[in-house]
Design a protein around this ligand. Sequence first.
Ligand code: ZN
Length: 257
Amino acid sequence: MRVNTLKRVAVAFALALPGAAIATVVAAPPAHADGCYTWNRTLSQGRSGEDVRQLQIRVAGWAAYRDIVKIDGRYGPETAAAVRRFQSAYGLRADGIAGPQTFAKIYDLQDSDCTPKHFSYAELDNGCGKGGWSGGPLSPTATRQNALRTMWKLEALRRSLGDKPLYVNSGFRALACNRQIGGASESQHLYGDAADVTSRTSSLCQVARSARSHGFSGIFGPGYPGHSNHVHVDSRRENNADAASNTTVWSASNCGI
Ligand code: ZN
């Protein structure tokens, strides 16, 4: 937060000066990501490493229609295309190369706990109100990591829907919680990678249709039993170790899906 404040002060100062002072702002060193993560090099196709993986988590919501961005630490064509879509969504030069401007936008979008600024861990935590990420089939760490990836996809979806709030009614559910509310026994909510969302500005069908281009391999909405008042999105394709579940399942017949 301190960095952002300083940046704002610097911009205000520069704006108060004529001409050349603007260049000083443009040439300023890249912002740092507070307590989260800082990228130290420009990334493009062919690169690999933890910094690529961290980038992939943040652009996975910009996958192509019906596709996903694999979080594998390798900067391939899918990652480049997702970076291009991210850049274009935020008015940056869409070259598919993640450099200072792309990272500055990511820093601007993320909180110090690495969540995107419009979603929080608390919002995605245990649907029965207990919290803590435990009690599911995965470790609390893996569950929480899945929730983080879900949030970055939701941030992308939100951007595409005009940057208006999306509300998460239910995220991670522990096994006991899922039984209690009668969730499906193999529900993706158990893994932390699902969210039930609503909107006050977009119809549920708009949400469901748009979700198809934001890396969600599971989408259930109006027309699917039990989904008349929310849209369920999940990432079953990349998060489920069971090969038989490694697929895309969409159903919202009232929306033509
Ligand atoms: Zn759901």
